[in-house]
Ligand binder design. Structure first.
Ligand code: BGC
Length: 468
């Protein structure tokens, strides 16, 4: 890696999410969330029918997590609140004080170590009671989320200054309401993800306004949303069809959510026209993509104080081959991503290592969304079980990635403010269970005290953080 340094105030972090680490699924009055329900139903939808019932035990072992953070010397820690631990039925009708106490201890513990908390309100795990009323498919959830956000700002905002409303609305809507491999397992192809995404955008925007109107002056914090995206390039750089397919790929992934929030309060024109045309061909009277009213557009536009980007991988893109078997819901985008055999694989089959893709994606965000301040709120590489503690190859991927993001700052002029590794500790990797390990710290899930042990990557990352 080049010897240049990152800017002085650069944020060095690691990220986790409540359901993936906490355990204590029914401890002290916590209500069930959609992942509790889903994993308890079994049915081989999760690797070996594993659950997050215990996970890394962070609900009781949070001080062990603080030790890991300290060992890394992080300046920031991103974690999420379990909505149903705080509000068991999702509403402020009943507040679970033990849940509040838990996050108070965690936040205070971080601040005592001079670590800045970055807090996500909802990371894939909304309360089952909310889902029972329609979840993200229901408009009612918008207002309930707004109330939840207000409660969190009022309760923790004296100490938390960096907020993320929703993690990855793309996956939260697609996998839960269209592909159906995430809870609640709905397969409303061509409709569910758009409807859920529509409500998430409105919920996010309302939560931003509540902060802006009622808390910002006093608390002086900032609010955003975490958007994930692949980087995409045409399979054949000279093919017009591949270039157009690549543009659609990025639009239906990143711009779907980023355009309304960062540009003009509305969906990208291409997305609207493609879906409306297809809906017509299908004999529908209205487009499957819901519309925002003029008032809603004005409400949504400009509702992020910085850009949170989660990046993992890159794809080469070509027009969708209608004869090949495709993941559900891919037909509107009319594009498919393929991988380059030269790209190494890190852990799960989707994670091809392409560090330069992140640099290009950062430049794309800079150019497309008004040169915002950006935090990379997730990036990482996994090993499948059993992992090597001496993960030299994985650290190599991190090094290449850090070299690319440094170029993004120094050469491309991207206002990159921080980098957060996914993840602080090995954890419950959703449908892949504990088989896929993203942690900087190894967790021994076989032992009752769930010991954390640094990987080689953790030791090396600590050196980078220290030397900036
Ligand atoms: C999610 C994390 C997940 C990670 C690795 C992101 O999409 O926000 O919860 O563990 O990817 O798959």
């Amino acid at each position: 890696m080049e010897s240049s340094k990152f800017p002085d105030s650069f944020a060095w972090g690691a990220s986790t999410a409540a359901y993936q680490i906490e355990g204590g699924w029914d401890a002290d009055g916590k209500g069930p969330n959609i992942w509790d329900t889903f994993t308890h139903q079994g049915g081989d939808r999760v690797y070996k029918n594993q659950t997050g019932d215990v996970a890394c035990g962070s609900y009781t072992l949070w001080e062990e997590d603080l030790k890991c953070i300290k060992q890394l010397g992080l300046t920031h820690y991103r974690f999420s609140l379990s909505w149903s631990r705080l509000l068991p039925d999702g509403t402020t009708g009943f507040i679970n004080q033990k849940g509040v106490d838990y996050y108070n201890k965690l936040i205070d513990g971080l601040l005592e170590m001079n670590v800045i908390p970055m807090v996500t309100l909802c990371h894939f795990d909304h309360p089952q009671a909310i889902e029972d009323q329609g979840g993200w498919l229901s408009e009612k959830t918008v207002e309930i989320f707004e109330q939840y956000a207000r409660f969190c700002y009022a309760t923790f905002g004296d100490r938390v200054k960096l907020w993320i409303t929703i993690n990855e609305p793309y996956f939260a809507s697609k996998l839960s309401y269209e592909v159906g491999n995430f809870p609640p397992g709905k397969k409303e192809v061509g409709v569910g993800a758009y409807q859920a995404g529509h409500n998430m955008i409105k919920a996010h925007a309302k939560a931003w306004h509540v902060y802006n109107n009622c808390f910002k002056d006093k608390q002086k914090g900032r609010v955003s949303i975490a958007l994930d995206s692949d980087w995409a390039e045409p399979l054949d750089a000279d093919s017009l069809a591949d270039q157009e397919a690549t543009m659609r790929y990025m639009i239906f992934r990143l711009h779907w959510f980023a355009n309304p929030i960062f540009i003009d309060g509305d969906y990208p024109a291409i997305m609207k026209s493609v879906i409306s045309q297809k809906s017509k061909e299908e004999g529908l009277k209205t487009s499957r993509l819901p519309e925002f009213t003029a008032e809603e557009k004005a409400m949504i536009k400009g509702t992020a104080d910085f850009f949170c980007l989660n990046y993992y991988t890159t794809r080469k893109v070509k027009p969708l081959d209608s004869t090949s078997s495709q993941p559900l819901g891919n037909s509107d985008v009319g594009a498919e991503g393929v991988t380059d055999p030269d790209w190494p694989l890190a852990g799960p089959e989707w994670l091809l290592v392409v560090p330069w893709g992140l640099r290009k994606l950062l430049a794309h965000v800079k150019d497309s969304f008004g040169d915002p301040e950006i935090f990379i709120t997730e990036n990482g590489f996994a090993q499948t079980d059993p992992p090597l503690l001496h993960d030299v190859q994985r650290w190599g991927y991190f090094q290449e990635t850090l070299a690319e993001i440094l170029k993004a700052i120094t050469v491309d002029g991207v206002k990159l403010k921080g980098y957060f590794v996914w993840s602080l500790i090995d954890n419950f990797e959703w449908t892949l269970g504990y088989n896929v390990r993203f942690g900087l710290f190894h967790v021994d899930f076989e032992q009752p005290n769930l010991p954390r042990t640094p990987y080689f990557s953790a030791v090396e990352y600590a050196k980078v953080v220290k030397g900036n």
